[in-house]
Ligand binder design. Structure first.
Ligand code: GLA
Length: 393
C-alpha cells in the first residue's frame, strides 16, 4: 500500500488526522547461501528485500493500550502494557506482543500506541514475514522509548531483542539470521554475518549479467516448527559427540572439513548427515563470498546448486515441491544456480538467472513444476533494499 493510502486507512481504523502518524519499516529477507547453520554458529549470507512490513504508528500518551490492526487481515487486537505476558499463542498479534514484552522486560519505556501493519512479505513463504513484523515493531518501540526519555538501542540490539522474543515468547528456536537481515540489510548488498560473534560485513551484490529470481513453491507448510527444532536438537547432539574428540570446539561451525573427516566416526546415521551438511555449508559460504567478490558468478551459482543438494540429501528439509522447483530452475539454460532459501519444508527458492530472461524462465519453470506437482509456483519482483528504518514520507 502506498504511504498516503496507508495513512488514510489508519485514520479510517483509528480516527483522527494523519499529521501525527509515523511510519517504520523492516524487511523480509532472502538467504543467498548458508542454510540451517546460523544456530550452529556459522556464517550466513542474507539480503534484505523490497518485500517488507511497514507499521503506521501513533502514540497514545497516558494510555496503557497497544492497539493492533492490519491492512490485510480483519483481526483487531488490544494489548495491555501491564499484562503483556498474557498474549502468547494469539492467532495474529503475538509477534508484536512478544517484542513489546521482551523490550519492556529489558527496560525500554513501552507506552500506549495505535498501530496499523501493512506487510507485503507473503506469510509462510520462508522470506521472514515474522522477522519483518518483529523488527518493524522493535524499531518503532525503540524510537518511542527514546523520545519518552527511556532507553534506546542500535539495530544489532534490536535484531537480538526480536530473536529473543521469537525464541522465548513464540517458542520458535530460530537463529539470528532473519531478524539481523530485517534490521541491518543494505540496499544492493548482501550481509556476510558471523552468527557466533555477530560480526558482519556488507558485500556488494554485483551479479554481473545475472539477476536473483525468487519463486514460491506454494506448498502449505505444516509441522515446520517441530521439524526445525528437531534439526537443531540433532546438531546439538552432533556437537557434544564431536566435542569428545575435539574439546576446543564450541559450535559445529568450528569444525573444519578436515577435522570432520578425521573425527566423524563418533557420529552415526542422521546425526552424521546433519553435521556433514553444516560443515559443508559453512565452507560453501566462505567460498561463495570469495567468488562473488572475485566476480565469478557462474561458480557462485554452482555453490547454490550444491547447497540445495546437501539440504535435500543430508539435512532433509526440502521435500518434493522444493526439489521440483529447484530442479526445474536448474534445467533452464540461462540459470546458473538455484536452491531453497529459509527453513525449507515449503517456501521459496532463489535462482541466478540471466538478466532479461526472467519471463522466459518463469514460463519454463512453471510448465515443468506444474507437470510434476499439479499447481503453479509464484514469482516475485524483488530488489535488495535497506533493513529497518523510519520512513519520512
Ligand atoms: C529460519 C530461521 C533462521 C534460519 C533459517 C534456516 O528462517 O528463522 O534462523 O535458521 O530458518 O537457515
Amino acid at each position: 500500500m502506498k504511504t498516503t493510502e496507508l495513512k488514510t486507512e489508519f485514520c479510517r481504523v483509528y480516527g483522527g488526522a494523519p499529521d501525527d502518524i509515523r511510519l517504520f519499516s523492516a524487511a523480509g529477507r532472502v538467504n543467498l547461501i548458508g542454510e540451517h547453520i546460523d544456530y550452529c554458529g556459522g556464517r550466513v549470507f542474507p539480503a534484505a528485500l523490497n518485500l517488507r512490513t511497514v507499521v503506521a504508528a501513533r502514540k497514545r500518551p497516558g494510555s496503557k493500550e497497544i492497539r493492533l490492526a492490519a491492512t490485510t487481515l480483519p483481526d483487531r487486537v488490544t494489548l495491555n502494557i501491564d499484562t503483556l505476558d498474557a498474549y502468547r499463542g494469539l492467532k495474529w498479534g503475538d509477534y508484536q506482543a512478544g517484542v513489546a514484552y521482551v523490550m519492556r522486560e529489558a527496560g525500554f519505556a513501552v507506552g500506549g500506541c495505535e498501530l496499523l501493519y501493512d506487510t507485503t512479505v507473503p506469510f509462510g513463504s520462508g522470506l521472514s514475514s515474522s522477522a519483518s513484523i518483529e523488527v518493524a515493531t522493535a524499531r518503532m518501540l525503540c524510537a518511542f522509548s527514546g523520545e519518552a526519555g527511556g532507553k534506546t538501542a542500535d539495530l544489532v540490539e534490536l535484531a537480538v531483542l526480536s530473536q529473543r522474543a521469537e525464541n522465548t515468547y513464540n517458542n520458535v528456536a530460530c537463529g539470528i539470521m532473519d531478524q539481523f537481515a530485517a534490521s541491518l540489510g543494505k540496499k544492493a548488498h548482501a550481509i556476510l554475518l558471523d552468527c557466533k560473534t555477530l560480526a558482519y560485513q556488507y558485500i556488494p551484490l554485483d551479479l554481473g549479467r545475472y539477476s536473483l529470481v525468487i519463486a514460491n513453491c506454494n506448498k502449505s507448510r505444516s509441522l515446520i516448527e517441530s521439524k526445525y527444532n528437531e534439526r537443531r536438537a540433532e546438531c546439538e547432539q552432533a556437537l557434544s559427540l564431536l566435542q569428545t574428540r575435539l574439546p576446543g570446539i564450541t559450535c559445529l561451525a568450528d569444525v573444519s572439513p578436515e577435522d570432520f573427516e578425521k573425527n566423524q566416526a563418533v557420529l552415526a546415521g542422521k546425526v552424521a548427515d546433519r553435521a556433514r551438511h553444516v560443515v559443508g555449508e559453512c565452507a560453501r559460504v566462505a567460498e561463495s563470498a570469495r567468488l562473488l567478490q572475485a566476480g565469478n558468478i557462474e561458480a557462485f551459482g554452482e555453490c547454490l546448486n550444491q547447497s540445495h543438494r546437501s539440504l535435500k540429501d543430508l539435512y532433509e528439509v526440502t521435500g518434493v515441491e522444493l526439489d521440483a522447483l529447484a530442479g526445474a530452475a536448474q534445467a533452464f539454460d540461462g540459470c546458473i544456480g538455484s536452491r531453497m532459501t529459509g527453513a525449507g519444508f515449503g517456501g521459496c527458492t532463489v535462482s541466478l538467472v540471466e538478466s532479461g530472461r526472467a519471463a522466459e524462465f518463469a514460463k519454463f519453470v512453471t510448465d515443468r513444476y506444474q507437470k510434476a506437482v499439479g499447481y503453479a509456483p509464484t514469482f516475485y519482483q524483488t530488489s535488495v533494499e535497506d533493513g529497518a528504518k523510519e520512513l519520512y514520507e
